[in-house]
Ligand binder design. Structure first.
Ligand SMILES: [Zn+2]
Ligand SMILES: [Zn+2]
Length: 387
């Protein structure tokens, strides 16, 4: 089965929604216009229930099948938020908001799930219930977690949940997936190295936190190279170094380091936190400084469940003829929280030969819409076949 004909017909309309959302990007939980647009569309489609304000600006829609002898409830999730950056695509529908851009294609994800909701509301050719989930703040704000914390899964009795992300570099409308750990845990750390400042010409009268911080930047790399099993995956990146002095001739009182740790297992995550804290405190101590460490566990590892992954791949093959093995991704994904609460799977859909996500020239590829929408609809119709 190739893409569903209905989505070829709906393509101009869904494209229009996508470009409208693209033109009006909103960041984190500030997706007020987008959430209102989603709720209004769902109402127009005749969804059975629409609830706004789940996870602050999240929207949930319920679509009941022709029958419900299965008692099954499937959640389909899209993200709605944009990124804090300026757009450089030069498109006629480029962002009208300074320092906001749909550079990760969440405009496309929202439009595709709306397209699927329209089709499923029209046809209702399934036995059970669909819950369409539109979340804010995927890009670092934990909007998915907030929706879960608001009791979404229990409130609508969601039993399985599915997610999708466009992927530049994969052929348009092709699919790729992997079972088990897929996207990394994205932890954050801050280290404040405190010494004793003084004159730049009299280091012997100071305890220089700059030299200590420099040791830390290189020593922290030994977590990956010396502490972690070489067959494991781990990234430790110091991404910011700030001194309390801005002068040429002042040794600062303190230096502040920031960075991120990416891991794909709990064991590596625990190891990273333990070693990072020990290195920061003990190297600083050896240099006569002290260190204050803040290690924040952010998004968890996103783990695809084997049974749902196999099913999602089977649906992808039905839609586009094939489904590739996706590579591991050391980026994070807020959908991880939903997959911790319910079994499910997350798939990649090809965006073609475009700029990478988070690049100022990136754009979602509208030609991928029929494949993405068909995958959503087939997930529902195959998982809960009409009686
Ligand atoms: Zn992103
Ligand atoms: Zn994204």
């Amino acid at each position: 089965m190739p893409v569903k004909n209905r989505f070829a017909e709906l393509l101009p309309e869904i494209t229009e929604w996508r470009r409208d959302i693209h033109e009006h990007p909103e960041i984190l939980f500030e997706t007020h216009r987008t959430s209102a647009l989603v709720a209004e569309k769902l109402k127009g489609f005749g969804c059975d229930e629409i609830v706004t304000g789940i996870g602050r600006t999240g929207v949930v829609g319920v679509i009941k099948g022709k029958s419900d002898t299965s008692g099954k409830v499937i959640g389909l999730r899209a993200d709605m938020d944009a990124l804090p950056m300026n757009e450089e695509t030069g498109l006629p529908y480029a962002s009208k908001t300074p320092y906001a851009m749909h550079a990760c294609g969440h405009d496309g994800h929202t439009a595709m799930l709306l397209g699927a909701a329209k089709y499923l509301s029209e046809t209702r050719n399934f036995d059970g219930t669909v819950v369409v989930i539109f979340q804010p703040a995927e890009e670092g704000g934990g909007g998915g977690k907030e929706m879960c914390d608001d009791g979404m899964m229990d409130r609508w009795g969601v039993q399985e949940v599915y997610g999708m992300h466009n992927w530049p570099g994969m052929p348009i409308g092709s699919f790729a997936i992997r079972s088990g750990a897929f996207f990394a845990a994205t932890d954050l750390f801050e280290i404040t190295v405190k010494g004793r400042g003084g004159h730049g010409a009299k280091p012997h009268e100071t305890i220089d936190p700059t030299v200590t911080a420099a040791q830390l930047v290189t020593m922290l790399q030994t977590i990956a190279s010396r502490n972690a099993d070489p067959v494991e995956h781990i990234v430790v990146s110091v991404t910011s170094i700030e001194s309390s002095s801005k002068a040429f001739n002042v040794i600062p009182q303190s230096v502040h380091l920031k960075g991120t740790v990416r891991t794909l297992s709990t064991a590596m995550r625990d190891l990273a936190e333990t070693r990072l804290t020990a290195i920061a405190e003990q190297v600083s101590g050896a240099m006569g400084c002290s260190a204050e460490v803040r290690y924040q566990r952010n998004y968890p590892v996103m783990v695809n469940h084997p049974e749902q992954t196999e099913f999602a791949a089977e649906v992808a093959r039905a839609v586009s003829g094939d489904c590739d093995d996706a590579p591991l991704v050391m980026g994070g994904e807020d959908f991880a929280f939903m997959l911790e609460e319910r079994p499910g799977a997350y798939i990649l859909v090809g965006n073609g030969d475009t700029a990478a996500v988070h690049h100022p020239e990136y754009n979602f590829t509208d030609e991928a819409i029929p494949a993405g929408c068909s995958w959503w609809a087939e997930i529902v119709e195959r998982r809960m076949p009409a009686a």
